[in-house]
Every structure is written in C-alpha cells, then in structure tokens.
Design a protein. Structure first.
Length: 381
C-alpha cells in the first residue's frame, strides 16, 4: 500500500435531535461538495501518481452538479428482498474561500417499498430543509456554528479533498492499475481501479464521526466512538471483493467519479434477525458533472416554523422504526402504496404497533431484546 504525504483539506460541523439530524445532513452535504478538491499537478507516471494528483493539492472547483448514491443489496433474506438505497444530488456553487458553498440538493431513501425525500438548501448565509412541499429555515445559531466550523477548518491549511474530515483515500487504496480512458459527463477521464484496505477505510470513518461529533453534528457519544478496533478487524476480515474505481480528468486530474464496492457475509444472530440474510453487497458512488459551470441557487419561499419540522421528523423516525423493524424481523407488512405504517389502523392493531415501536426504542440496539419485540407483532405480549 502506498501512503503519499498527507496535505490539507476542507471541514465543517454543526449542532440536539432532531435538530442535530438536520445539521448533520447539511454537514455531510457540504463535505461532499468540497470532495473534489485535489491537485492540478501536470504529468502522470502510473496509477499511483494519478491518484496522488487527484486526492491531494489544490483544484479549481467552483461549481457543478453532485451525484451521490449508497446501495445495500441483500442476499438470502426472507424479509429484506429488495435493495436499500440512499441518493443525494443537485447543483452547488462556491462563494469564495472560507465561506459555505451554496447548494440545492435532494436526499432520497428507498427501503422496503417505502420512499422518502428531503430537500437541503444552503444559500451560504442560511440553511433550509424542504419536506412534503413545506420549507423550514435552519435556526441561526445552528447554521452559524456550521459556518464557523467550516471557516476554521478551511483556514487551517488550504484545500486538499476530505482529509480535514479525516477521510483520505490515499490511506486505503492499494495496488492501483490504469483501466483506460473513458468519458464521464462529457469529459475525457482516466479510469483507475484499486483494491481496498477495509480496516484503514473504517479507521477514516471513525475519524470522521469523531470530528462530526466534536463539531456538535451528531449529538451522540456512541456515534462519536465509532467502531471498536475489534469490530473493525472483524468486518475487514469478513469483507470480500472490495474494490474502488476512480475516474480523474485526463487534463486537470480532478475527480469526476468514484465507485466503491464490496460484499460482506452475514452470519449468526444477525443473520437470523435479518430474515436469514447471508450477504450484503455495498456500493457507493460519487460523481461530479458540469464542473465550474454557473449554477442558480435561491432560498425557498413561504417558510414554516422550524418547530413544526422537529415534530414532523419525530413522527417520521417513529414510523421508520416500525416499518424497518417489522420488515427486518419478519412481522407485519409494508403497503405497496408507500403510506405510513399503521396509517388507517385502529383498535388492537394500532395499540400493538405503538407498543412495538416503544419496545424497539427501549431495546437500545440489543439484538435479543429486538427479537423479543417481534413477538408483539405476531399476537404476543
């Protein structure tokens, strides 16, 4: 594995729950927007040099259209039979050094026959969320903290990809080779394929979670702790066929697309809990288009009080717990229309669903307790 000299980067943070969920979402969004920072150094002598040029040093990335997706494809499960996907995409535009970029992005989630969507807008001076046609402005204190964290991190050593967030692909890419030349978004790009040091990748993830928590974005000490060393080693040992494909601009060595894929076998109690799941294929894709082309981003109109969104998010979280829990544990069913779980029900059924949701919340993530909760959906007490 090659480990070039680590350089600067871009970073940010934000701040209570569900408010912390909103600010964390905006934090992740802006982190992705600045992920294109890299090097424009000329010359290329092999795949390692190209990767170093792509993921370190300064790039000229002022604007563009972001596309991000994360997909989990299950195998063997009786209850999780379709992929679970998360996608994020839309235009962004820089407002200058040390300032938050403007962006207008849509976050969508598809799982177990249900579809959810959230709009995330930043004008650089204010942040907004849009849900079900309603627009809500992020509280000034939270957005101010986000801006302050971003400015201090960006001023700490210049651009350099995601390294200020603790994510440095050069730490976990191994044995890179050049596949060939391809067009990505109409731009001639060099395609590079590499293997992945999964333990090092998970280490970067832990660092990112720690930085996000320190900035007040996660609001959870358990999230900040990340994965233990033992868990990291276990996952790394189990992961199969972990590869990364990188497409970098042939002329400017700017990242145009990145795709990470790996398979993780699932066994034991977790497999039982997930309906006999035997393996999960994980795919992550990040792509940029229309780099340095003008983008139009404006604040939404007809704003509603943020307190109403907080109540709505709590309701959505409760519904997701019921939906995902029922699907994962094999109890209950999801409607093909995508309506909220439990909508239109009454009497004993509604009471059972409510009790099941409370049971999940009180389980604290304990697998055995979650399995006992499932009996409530099958007529148990």
């Amino acid at each position: 594995m090659f480990v070039p000299r680590r350089r600067g980067g871009c970073g940010l943070g934000a701040s209570s729950r569900p408010r912390s969920l909103a600010t964390l979402a905006l934090t992740l969004v802006i982190a992705l927007l600045v992920a294109g920072c890299g090097s424009s150094t000329s010359g290329s002598s092999g795949a390692e040099t190209l990767l170093t040029q792509t993921f370190s040093g300064p790039h000229t990335v002022r604007s563009g259209v972001l596309g991000f997706s994360l997909s989990l494809s299950p195998s063997g499960s009786r209850t999780i039979t379709t992929p679970i996907t998360l996608a994020l995409g839309g235009p962004f535009e820089s407002r200058g050094a040390g300032k938050l970029p403007a962006s207008r992005l849509n976050l969508t989630i598809d799982a177990l026959g249900h579809h959810g969507q959230l709009g995330i807008v930043s004008t650089g001076s204010h942040g907004y969320l849009t849900v079900d046609g309603g627009a809500y402005q992020l509280p000034a204190a939270d957005f101010g903290k986000l801006a302050s964290s971003f400015s201090s991190a960006a001023a700490g050593g210049g651009p350099g990809g995601l390294s200020k967030l603790g994510i440095n692909p050069l730490h976990w890419l191994t044995q890179p080779t050049i596949v060939g030349s391809e067009s990505v978004g109409g731009v001639s790009s060099t395609h590079i394929r590499a293997h992945v040091n999964v333990d090092a990748l998970l280490g970067d993830l832990n660092t990112f979670l720690h930085k996000a928590s320190a900035a007040g974005a996660t609001g959870s000490g358990s999230v900040a702790a990340g994965l233990s060393a033992a868990t990291r080693q276990k996952v790394a040992a189990a992961a199969r066929d972990a590869t990364v494909d990188v497409w970098t601009g042939s002329d400017d060595k700017t990242l145009r697309k990145l795709a990470v894929s790996l398979d993780v076998p699932v066994t034991g109690q977790l497999s039982t809990l997930l309906g006999g799941l035997s393996a999960a294929g994980i795919t992550l894709t990040l792509q940029y288009a229309d780099l340095n082309q003008p983008q139009t981003i404006t604040a939404p109109g007809h704003l509603r009080p943020f307190s109403r969104l907080a109540t709505q998010i709590k309701g959505v979280i409760s519904q997701l717990q019921g939906t995902l829990g029922a699907g994962v544990l094999g109890g209950g069913s999801t409607s093909s229309s995508g309506s909220a779980p439990g909508s239109g029900s009454s009497g004993a059924g509604a009471a059972t669903g409510s009790g099941y949701s409370r049971c999940l919340q009180q389980s604290g993530g304990d697998v055995a307790k979650m399995q006992r909760c499932a009996s409530m959906l099958n007529g148990g007490g």
